[in-house]
Write a protein that binds this ligand. Structure first.
Ligand SMILES: [Fe+2]
Length: 289
């Protein structure tokens, strides 16, 4: 079972671990396993099979709802307590439940170790086609909301500083120009989805994606995200997404966004992330009709 530390992992190839994505406070799912190709190459599938992780017949371990580091009423009046509570314990939890259920239907998974949901999304193409959409939707919902909670703060607002501020100015001309563009993209998005600021191949890019699609599935690293689903704002801002978007800027935790920006830079320098693929089970998974 991934997500559970057991002695079965003793023979697992050692990988470089760094915390790149820490939206979820559940440490089991914060690890960021960088593929150590050298060690991996030295270890045959047979050796890996001896670790007991070659094929998982038992039910999957589960992803779990991360705690918030603040109270539901903390972001008042910009985001109301009832919305935060429902959003966290109902909407986010539902995505996790659906993700866990979807993973439980997959006979064998193309990874070993304990991948974070971010790692899984980054490698979405390696998941069998018949399971990919469920992981994309529900895993995306889990990852997106895990990020969202962390980039909000009662002490937020204002502007970023340091290298992030410089990068925003370089890319968009000024912070106000960036903010205007992000807001315009968020307000123009039709239906449910998210507005994103991502680091993509050494550039900062603003765009929106539908539903719970994550930039990670395109190998781009989200550093700021705004939930555009009505459940994120309808109680306080009925039928007025623009008011919600405007309020959002008062609670953006730029310290966390900056941290994610720096992690994304290292992430690219490290040639991306990959959970340690189990190629033997990958063949099985991808051939499932
Ligand atoms: Fe949401």
């Amino acid at each position: 079972m991934f997500g559970e530390a057991t002695n079965d992992h003793a023979d697992e190839p050692k990988t470089i671990i760094e915390t790149a994505f820490s939206g979820a406070r559940d440490a089991r799912h914060r690890s960021f396993s960088v593929y150590d190709g050298e060690n991996m190459d030295r270890q045959s599938p047979q050796v890996r099979a001896s670790s007991g992780l070659q094929s998982r017949k038992e039910p999957m371990s589960t992803y779990s709802l991360p705690d918030l580091s603040y109270g539901y009423n903390t972001l008042e009046p910009f985001i109301d307590a009832r919305t935060m509570e429902l959003h966290h314990i109902q909407h986010h939890r539902r995505y996790i439940d659906q993700l866990n259920a979807a993973l439980g239907t997959i006979g064998s998974l193309p990874w070993v170790g304990e991948p974070s949901i971010e790692d899984v999304l980054w490698n979405i193409g390696k998941i069998s086609e018949d399971s990919r959409n469920a992981v994309r939707n529900y895993g995306g919902g889990h990852a997106n909301h895990s990020l969202y909670w962390t980039i909000l703060s009662k002490d937020g607002g204002g502007k970023p500083s340091g290298r992030l501020a410089a990068a925003i100015t370089e890319e968009f001309g000024s912070f106000s120009a960036f903010r205007e563009r992000f807001s315009r993209v968020a307000n123009a998005h039709l239906g449910s989805g998210w507005a994103w600021l991502v680091r993509a191949r050494d550039r900062l890019v603003v765009y929106s994606l539908p539903n719970e699609d994550s930039p990670l599935t395109a190998e781009e690293v989200p550093i700021l995200g705004l939930d555009l689903w009505e459940h994120a704002y309808y109680l306080r801002y009925p039928a007025s997404r623009a008011d919600y978007v405007e309020a959002f800027w008062n609670v953006v935790n730029w310290a966390e966004v900056s941290r994610r920006f720096e992690e994304a830079k290292r992430h690219r320098a490290g040639h991306g992330t990959a959970f340690t693929l189990d190629t033997a089970t990958l063949d099985t998974a991808t051939s499932t009709p």
